[in-house]
Structures are given as C-alpha cells and as structure tokens.
Design a protein around this ligand. Structure first.
Ligand code: ARG
Length: 478
C-alpha cells in the first residue's frame, strides 16, 4: 500500500495554504466550522497564530495514517448505527463520503487546508462538507485521543506484516547462500583473531538466527497493538452505549483495551515495534560489518559484485562496499528512533498529552528504515560471491587447529588442562602442527549446516504465511 504517496504526489491546490485571517465567513458548506475554520474551536474567540498553527500541525507526518483513519471511522460509524446513534441513511452518507475522501487522497485531489491540524481533522472536515448532517455525527462518543491510538494500532499491525515479510525474504536469501556454501570452510574469529575453522554456511546462518528472533519480536509487537481502544473517549469513556466489541470485530482486533486512561496514553505497542526495528538495525549492522571486512583486500573472503559495489570519484581503482556500510550506518536511525520515542513517553502525566503526537515521527522513521534496510540487505546477500582461494589461504594456519589438537589429546585420555598446556607449549615453540585439515575439523564438530538451513527455510514459509494472514482481512467497504 503506497502510504504517504498522497502527500508526496499532492498536486497544485492540495498544498497547505493558509486561510487568510480576514477570509470571508464560511459558506453554507462550511457551516459546521467555527469562524476560525476548526471543527472544535467553538469556545475560542480568536484563531491560533498561523506560525503556531504550522508548529502544531502533524499533517505532513500523520498523512500516513489516512487509510487507517478512514477504516477506523467506517467501523466506528457501523458501531454507532448498531446502537441507534446513526440512521441507516446517515451511515450510508458517511460510508459514501469516506469512500470519496479515500479516492481524493489516493489521486492527490484532496484539498488540505491550513486549519487541518492532522489527518483526523482533515478527514472529518471534508466529510462534513460532503455530508453535513451525517458527518457532524461521526465523532459521537469518540475523541481524537482514542482515534489516534486506534489509527496507530492499525498502522502498526499492518507494518508488522510487512516487516515479517521483509525479514522472511532476507532470511531466505541467507539460508540459500548457507546451503550453497554448506561445506566451504573459512576461519572463524573471536576478538577478530583467527580462532577455529567454521564453514561459510554456518557463519551465514549465525546471521539468520537473530533475524528469526526479530520476527518473534515483531510478532509480539503485533500482539501488543492488537487491542481496540475506541470507547475510551478523551480519557474517561463515554455516556453513550458504544458497541466496542462490534467495532473490534469489524477491524479484526483480538481484544479490547481494558482501561480508558491507559488506552489513550499507552504507546507501549509502538515502543515494542520501534524496539523490534532497532534490533533489526543492530543485526543488519553486524551483517554489513562482516561484508565490509570480508570485502577488504586484507580479508578478501568475498568479491564485491558490481551490482552491490560503488566506485570512487577520485581513485580509479576503487570498488567500495557502500551498501554494506550504509546498512551498518542506518542502524543509527533505528536506535535514534527508539531513543526518541522512549524519551517522549518518559514522565508523561496520564492521560493523553500532545507530546504523544511526536510518537509517529519515530515510529514511521523506524519502520521505513527497517523495511529499506531489509531489502538492501537481501540484495547484498543474494549477490555475495565467496573467494574459495582466499578462504583456503586463511585456513592455512596451524593455530586454527590448536583446539582440535588439545581435544585429540583428551580423546587419548589426557586431562583437558594438561592438553591445553601441551599444545600451548607447542604453539609457543612454533612446533604445533594441525592434526588434520579444515574439512575434517568442521566435520568432527558436526556443524550440520544443511539441516539447520532447511529448518530455517521452513520457518520462512511460516513467516510468509503469517505476513499474508495478518492483520486479518477486514470486510468493511467504503
Ligand atoms: N494529532 C494528534 C496526535 O497525533 C491527535 C490527537 C490530538 N488530541 C488532542 N487532544 N489534541 O496525537
């Protein structure tokens, strides 16, 4: 779904244009608005200063919530109809109006106004132009506080599916490369010093495992978002008999939020999601770092295919791992978003505070960054070419087999401490020789890359299926 495209593609006439302070009184189609062009400023004698109007507006960010806002309003309207607060005709008028608004947003024809504080007011303002009586009833029993929580929860559920899909594709690429290089031995490192032989397949799968755990994190962020908050109102619920269960069912939520004050203040679900994105960023940065190292002349374990390399504007010979470096560097955004959101939430008094408007900047940045990086990492992994000669050169180091030598002595009945001492002595005297080559070394340690790679690919199938079935399909039509 091209969220955000509407904003970017807004043509002339859709840009935010200030309503002049001496503008004529609203026409009949704007009769629901106060003289300041607001849906809610009935008690105000003057409008907000234009500079502050711009400062307070979140429209350029929360435009991304538009499809979810419309979906949430459709479900809310159905609920109002069910409990007799909207007639059949009024419900139809709202459905028709929201359908048209959706098209206007999609095509870039939606005319935003300076007084549209956020996407919620923009949609409601336009609806009341299209269907004045019915539109004026849509906000019954609802506050923007529970509305924005609903919209963000719907967004989070949708992007959890996209993130799981992105993770699945990357993990699949890693597992395919791991299978392809299941037996290709390479030096394994601790402290970036040669340690023991492993295989390229085993090393690659070590990058798949954290990504699988990230998929669990994303799924748990989905579960946190999967509660329906409408009915909480501004903070204290509503005197009206709202059909919360029905609204939740319409939108495919598993359950309802339990406490109205918590419901409008809670952004834990967003924090969970941003944390999952930060974790993805951290893991991808480690993968990027490995590729940067491996592509260096000093290691030379991978050759950078032209498809994933860049040149230097000055040095003709250069072939740089910029993509791997960018993937590593982009983790800064991921961790930055986590810090930003945690800082916004810290110390906020219950219940809703306008600070919470800042949540979306962090969430959207984290999600967009994670989706971009997952795709870039997949393309990088798919295009990795390993250099068997350089890997073999790296394995030609008796020290890599010192642990094997000690364990061989153990099988001959020597205590491990004594075996360690004897081999260390040999290393010191430069007399230690590998007892066997890399193939036998990795075989003896039963790294079992093929079995694990196949199991990982089965997890990928499950992740893809989950991504396709979540959130559940919603039956509401505009
Ligand atoms: N744009 C606001 C936000 O994102 C919507 C809620 C505004 N509520 C309020 N009471 N001013 O948080």
């Amino acid at each position: 779904m091209p969220w955000g495209v509407w904003w970017a593609s807004s043509g002339p006439g859709t840009a935010l244009e200030p309503r002049p302070r001496d503008a004529p009184a609203p026409g009949p189609e704007e009769a629901h608005l106060t003289p300041h062009g607001k849906l809610y400023s009935g008690r105000f004698g003057e409008g907000l200063l234009p500079e502050l109007e711009r400062f307070a507006s979140s429209l350029d960010v929360d435009i991304e919530l538009a499809p979810f806002d419309i979906l949430g309003s459709l479900a809310h309207a159905r609920g109002l109809h069910t409990v007799g607060l909207l007639s059949k005709g009024q419900l139809r008028a709202i459905e028709k109006g929201l359908g048209q608004i959706s098209e206007e947003l999609d095509s870039g024809r939606f005319a935003f106004q300076e007084t549209d504080e956020d996407i919620h007011t923009a949609v409601e303002r336009r609806l009341t132009e299209l269907a004045p009586d019915a539109g004026a009833r849509l906000h019954t029993g609802r506050s923007r506080n529970d509305q924005v929580s609903l919209d963000l929860r719907l967004y989070c559920r949708a992007v959890c599916a996209a993130l799981t899909g992105g993770l699945a594709e990357l993990v699949e690429a890693v597992a395919v490369q791991a299978l392809r290089h299941a037996d290709l031995a390479m030096p394994g490192y601790t402290h970036l010093q040669r340690a023991q032989p492993v295989t390229v397949g085993h090393h690659l799968l070590a990058h798949a495992e954290p990504l699988l755990r990230d998929a669990d994190r994303v799924r748990s962020a989905y579960a946190a978002a999967d509660r329906m908050p409408l009915g909480s109102g501004a903070l204290a619920g509503s005197t009206l008999p709202l059909a919360r269960e029905l609204v939740a069912e319409e939108l495919g939520f598993s359950s309802l939020t339990e406490n109205s004050i918590d419901a409008v203040s809670d952004r834990d679900f967003a924090l969970d999601l941003v944390y999952a994105c930060a974790s993805i960023g951290i893991h991808l940065s480690r993968l990027g770092e490995d590729v940067v190292l491996w592509a260096s002349s000093e290691f030379g374990f991978v050759r950078l295919s032209d498809r994933i390399a860049t040149g230097s504007s000055l040095m003709p010979q250069k072939k740089n791992p910029d993509i791997a470096e960018l993937i590593r560097g982009r983790s800064g955004r991921a961790i930055g978003s986590l810090m930003a959101l945690a800082t916004v939430l810290k110390g906020l008094p219950l219940a809703y505070d306008r600070d919470l408007q800042e949540d979306k900047v962090a969430v959207f940045a984290a999600v967009d960054n994670a989706l971009d990086c997952l795709e870039a990492a997949r393309l990088m992994v798919e295009n990795l070419e390993f250099d068997a000669t350089r890997l073999a050169e790296g394995l030609d180091d008796d020290g890599l087999y010192a642990t094997d030598s000690a364990e061989k002595l153990v099988t001959e009945g020597v205590s491990f401490r004594e075996a360690h001492r004897r081999v260390a002595q040999q290393v010191r005297e430069s007399s230690h020789r590998a007892p066997w080559g890399p193939a036998r070394s990795v075989e003896l340690r039963r790294l079992d890359v093929r079995a694990r790679a196949r199991a990982v690919r089965r997890r990928v199938v499950g992740m893809r299926r989950w991504a396709e079935t979540h959130p559940p399909p919603v039956a509401i039509s505009g």
